[in-house]
Design a protein around this ligand. Structure first.
Ligand SMILES: Nc1ncnc2c1ncn2[C@@H]1O[C@H](COP(=O)(O)OP(=O)(O)OP(=O)(O)O)[C@@H](O)[C@H]1O
Length: 265
């Protein structure tokens, strides 16, 4: 349902040009929770923003259900974008609007009838578990609650796809897990395809069925999470997963501290 073909992105700036994406080919099927992982600067944000054309690719095609977004008019693009909600690390809520009003905002923009908006907002508040906070403003909410509002707002127009740009990176591990659980529920109950970018391996492990590994603007490895994580083929994937194994499971050898004291490392 989402297909990127030969997508490249060149940023041209006074300070110098950056080729942020190089000949990307990516297929996301309906129902996937597709994770794109890589270190800082790998091109993850650029890639996810190319999917809804927030960042127009320099070359290549972005096909959503067979429609190439790079070739349609601005009006048609606006219409296509309603099929794709997006959430961000920094939530991007409207600070002068309360929870209900934030969720209603995309529907107001498309001139939906008031009664329909009320019903939809009510359902979404239930879905994200924020009925009791409906009149609160973003400043009165925790990070996790803000992300729930952002998720409800992203789903307001009934999209088929949800794009998640490091949605849990600013949250503590427990809140992060509760947001990931919510995303999985949305994928399973509402049949919404999710594409997410993250630098956190545990996010991929927790909810994604597929993964692509991005390095310096190129996809170096992709596949089912179960396979890629069990038997990574590319040294860079190994490095990313190896680091995690070190953090999580490998006790730091005593020699490390001895050597540190004596400057022997
Ligand atoms: N508007 C821009 N103008 C010039 N260069 C840019 C622009 N946006 C991103 N870049 C460059 O493109 C490359 C990829 O950036 P991008 O933000 O996509 O990476 P990322 O993997 O999302 O990184 P992070 O995890 O740190 O957000 C980087 O070298 C970055 O400096």
């Amino acid at each position: 349902m989402i297909e990127l073909k030969n997508v490249s992105k060149l940023y041209q700036a006074k300070e110098g040009n950056v080729l942020a994406l190089k000949d990307i080919h990516l297929t996301v099927e309906a129902g996937d929770i597709y994770g794109i992982m890589g270190l800082s600067g790998a091109g993850k944000s650029t890639l996810i923003r190319c999917i809804n054309l927030l960042e127009p690719p320099t070359t290549g095609e972005v096909l959503i259900e067979g429609v190439d977004l790079t070739k349609i008019s601005a009006a048609l693009l606006r219409q296509q974008r309603r099929n794709m909600g997006m959430i961000f690390q920094s939530y991007n809520l409207l600070t002068s609007r309360n929870v209900e009003e934030n969720i209603a905002y995309p529907l107001e923009l498309q001139k939906t009838k008031k009664e329909v908006i009320q019903d939809r907002v009510q359902n979404l508040l239930g879905l994200v578990g924020l009925e009791e906070k409906r009149n609160h403003y973003p400043a009165q909410l925790s990070g996790g609650q803000r992300q729930r509002v952002a998720i409800a707002r992203a789903l307001a127009t009934n999209p088929k796809v949800l794009l998640s740009d490091e949605a849990t990176s600013a949250l503590d591990p427990i809140t992060s897990r509760s947001i990931l659980r919510l995303l999985r529920e949305i994928n399973q109950k509402l049949n919404i395809t999710i594409v997410l970018i993250t630098h956190q391996i545990e996010v991929i492990e927790e909810i994604c069925n597929k993964v692509a590994v991005l390095k310096d603007g190129e996809i170096v490895e992709r596949g089912m999470v179960s396979q890629v994580f069990k038997a990574p083929q590319h040294p860079y994937t190994n490095l990313l997963l190896g680091n995690k194994a070190f953090e999580k499971h490998t006790p730091i050898p005593l020699d490390f501290f001895r050597n540190l004291k004596t400057g022997g490392l």
